[in-house]
Structure formats: structure tokens, C-alpha cells
Write a protein that binds this ligand. Sequence first.
Ligand SMILES: NC(=O)c1ccc[n+]([C@@H]2O[C@H](COP(=O)([O-])OP(=O)(O)OC[C@H]3O[C@@H](n4cnc5c(N)ncnc54)[C@H](O)[C@@H]3O)[C@@H](O)[C@H]2O)c1
Length: 283
Amino acid sequence: MKELSGKTAVVTGAASGLGLAFSEAFAALGMNVVMTDVEAGPLAVEAERIGQTASVLSMTVDVSKADQIRAMHAATIERFGAAHVLCNNAGVGGGGDVADTSIEMWEWVLGVDLWGVIYGCKTFLPGMLAQGEGHIINTASICGQLAFGGNAPYNVAKFGVVALSETIAEETAGTGVNVSCLCPGFVATRIAESRRNLPEGLAAIQPEMTEEEEAIRAAVLEAFATRKPPAEVAELVVNAIANDHFWIFTDDAFQPRMAERAEAMQVGTSRPLIGRMADTFFE
Ligand SMILES: NC(=O)c1ccc[n+]([C@@H]2O[C@H](COP(=O)([O-])OP(=O)(O)OC[C@H]3O[C@@H](n4cnc5c(N)ncnc54)[C@H](O)[C@@H]3O)[C@@H](O)[C@H]2O)c1
């Protein structure tokens, strides 16, 4: 889609990090922006700020609830008449090893990171196909390409988002609707603070963090703050929409491991070990 000015973009997880940067970039291009997030307070502040220079509709939406995604679609059509760009971006990190992660944690992470994207695609695709124009950006992760240890629900959700995006690319070829799969490495956002988004019931049953876990968490937060700024990823996203790129990677450091994985699959040998997620922060 070459001309974005005057068109409408819908962004989930728009109150922070990548979603906020996408919203800013779309607004700067003269697009109408529908900013949605589960965190009402920060969303109101950011939507008010961006709304000073662009047409913004803001709405509290929990992407893990299909009816709330449908309401987001209905509100978009009512206010702006059409949706041209959809960023299924809201996401959370949570859980660890398969043997230790509670079923409730699996359900929360898959609910937001995978079902949220499925609901978004299912709800917005028919309108885009009918109008013969649209672009969906699904935020996966490098964890949708490489299954590091200690990150089980997140890896499964993000591999699912990659599969969903590749499937849509096959099904929409030649229709005027395109899809991109964003696989960030490390970007300076609040993703490592996803516990703030835990639903009440799940927050109540979380075990207290040990001193060691607190120390690792603090080091991870520090490492995240020094990573790529979200605005740089927003530029890649805008470029992918303009030039119809499917893959969006932010971080070359992971490519050799992806190549090793592909090579091992080609020759059908054992899988090369790639280590635990937590260790990759400090490489
Ligand atoms: N930052 C990174 O290094 C990185 C790497 C790979 C993938 N990602 C992905 O990028 C996406 C954006 O995350 P971010 O890094 O900007 O983190 P972030 O925490 O800064 O932003 C995530 C946003 O999603 C919102 N959110 C959480 N649960 C929600 C729900 N149920 N419904 C609606 N909104 C919800 C949060 O309130 C927050 O505003 C996520 O899908 C994440 O998995 C991030």
C-alpha cells in the first residue's frame, strides 16, 4: 500500500513500546489511528497526546476476548468507515520451563499472544478482502523462529503467529490484502515488565520472586533499556507496508542460528541446541 495518508490504522497494545511507536509513525503519515490497549490509564494519556496532531480513536480492548476485538472493529468502521492497516501487536511475556509453567499461565500467554492475533485477523480480514485493500502486521518474535529454553508459552504462541501469518499470505495472494510478520529481537520496551498485565486471579497465585530471580529480572530490565528504540522498528513496519515485505526482522544477531536450524532440517539431522532465553539477553 503506497499511499497511507487519510487511511486508517488499528493498533493493539498501543499504550506502550512498539504499539505506541507504530501509532506515532502512522499519525505522522497523516493516517487516522485507532489506539487500543488493556491499560486504560496510559492509553488515555498517549491517545490524547497523539490526538493533538491526528485523528485518533482510543478504546480499552483486551485482545484475548473475541467480543472486545469485534467491538474494536465495529467502532473503527463507525468512526472512520474502513480499516486499512491492522497491527496485531499486543503481547505479554510469561511462564518458563514446560515442566514448571502453570496451565493458567499457558492460558494467559496464549490468550493474549496467539488468540489475540487470531481474533484480529479473523475479524478484520473479510472487510479488507471486500474492499480489495489492506495490510495486516502481526507481531511475532524471534522466539517464533527459535525455541529457546525457559520460555515455553511465549515460544508456542509466537511460532503460532508465524504460521498464521504465512497461511494468510497464501490465502490473500493477489487480493490486494497483504500481511507482514514482525519478528523483533530485543527492543527497548516494557515487555520484560509484563507481570503488570497479569489478570487479577493469576496475579494472586504468582509465587513471590526469590532474591536471585529479582536480580535476574533487574539485569534483564537494564539490558532491555539499552536495546533498539521502538521508533526504528516502526520505520521498518511502515517500509514493509509500502513495499509489501512479508518478513520484518530487527536484529541480525539471530540469523546464524536460524540458518543452522534450517540446515539441520534440510539434512534431517539432530537439532542444534541454542540455549536458554534468559542467557541471550546478556550475549
Ligand atoms: N520488546 C521486545 O524486545 C520484543 C521482542 C519480540 C517480540 N515483541 C513483541 O512486541 C509486542 C509489543 O510488546 P512491547 O515490546 O512493545 O511491550 P510493552 O509491554 O511495552 O507493550 C505491550 C502492550 O500490550 C498491552 N497489553 C498486554 N496485554 C494486553 C491485552 N490482553 N490486550 C490488549 N493489550 C494488552 C500492554 O498494556 C502494553 O501496552 C508483543 O507482542 C511482544 O511479544 C517484543
